[in-house]
Design a binder for this molecule. Structure first.
Ligand code: FAD
Length: 289
């Protein structure tokens, strides 16, 4: 992409290349987004650089690239949270290690993009892709993650679940996602299972208490923008004694199957069978541990 040292492409009267801005700080980034509210944010660019029908790269007319904003590369850990900047690549996040990153997310990281793209694609970029539930969204929602959205003069946090349910509507012109915050709550069971064809990604968490289950979260990503998350079922499983009776496991799995069918009538009976099996496998695994 053409650009000059001042951080943007020279303007010409017959410009066919995109205009690219490369801010060096968050304040410069926010000012640019205010001045160019219609521009596209470019993190790793791996979801943006699709091919048009003509076989040419489809790059938006005005692009604000994040790669020059160093402090957005930051990954920080506190007692309660892991915070990941919008420029942190999937490789950089993986390097934090399985002792820090919650297992359901750690196990998902290798499935987001092929190996060659992990040093380019960002985790925040994955959360921001619209139109489908991208690979990291189900584990991030199960973990109760939030994102920070900034614009000139303000910032706010919203949960990834809410952000995704708004189909991008939560991002107003001039706004950018700057950080992802993942709670580091203790979980006794954490799983992530993608289907071989990538149509389903299953994330589930559970915390045990004395002889029972203290909390359960089951979230399923599909090709649709919103995840499958039956909160009522999570609440009903919470507080139950272990082992769960087999008939209750079967009933819970069937309810998730019905939720999935209502969510996406296009699911094949094999997809629904897989969902049912994953739920019953996870609930049985709680009993076995
Ligand atoms: C070969 C290949 C295979 C892939 N396989 C998968 C897969 O299996 N699963 C999957 O989920 N994805 C997949 N992708 C899509 C994509 O690579 C990933 O979703 C990646 O994580 C996107 O991150 P990025 O940094 O490249 O985002 P970008 O492409 O830079 O941005 C993605 C979208 O989010 C917006 N955006 C990015 N950052 C921000 C921000 N900070 N604030 C606001 N908006 C922002 C952009 O404007 C754009 O609309 C694949 C892509 C390729 C090329």
């Amino acid at each position: 992409m053409p650009q000059n040292n001042a951080g943007h492409a020279p303007e010409t009267s017959k410009r066919t290349s995109p205009r690219v801005y490369t801010p060096r700080s968050q304040s410069e980034l926010l000012q640019l987004l205010r001045r160019h509210p219609g521009s596209r944010i470019y993190a790793g660019g791996t979801a943006l650089s699709g091919l048009e029908d003509t076989g040419r790269l489809a790059i938006p007319a005005t692009v604000v690239a994040l790669y020059g904003v160093d402090d957005l590369r930051r990954i920080a850990r506190t007692d309660r949270y892991l915070e990941i900047g919008a420029n942190a690549t999937i490789r950089a996040v993986s390097r934090v290690g399985s002792n820090v990153i919650p297992k359901t997310l750690y196990d998902c990281l290798p499935h987001i993009v092929p190996p060659g793209l992990r040093t380019i694609a960002t985790l925040v970029g994955n959360v921001c892709v619209q139109g489908t539930t991208t690979t990291s969204v189900a584990p991030l929602i199960a973990l109760g993650s939030s994102i920070e959205i900034r614009r000139v003069g303000g910032s706010r946090w919203i949960t990834v679940q809410r952000f995704r349910s708004g189909e991008g509507a939560y991002l107003q012109p001039g706004e950018v996602v700057t950080r992802l915050r993942i709670p580091l709550s203790p979980w006794d069971a954490q799983v992530y299972r993608p289907s071989e064809d990538g149509r389903i990604s299953f994330a589930a968490l559970a915390r045990r208490s004395k002889g029972g289950v203290d909390a359960v979260r089951i979230v399923i990503g599909t090709r649709l923008p919103e995840v499958i998350h039956n909160r009522e079922l999570d609440a009903e499983l919470t507080g139950r004694k272990l082992p769960l009776p087999d008939r209750d496991i079967r009933a819970a799995a069937e309810r998730m199957r019905n939720t999935a069918q209502a969510h996406d009538p296009g699911f094949s009976s094999f997809d629904l069978y897989r969902i049912e099996r994953l739920v019953s496998w996870f609930l049985r695994s709680l009993t076995r541990r």
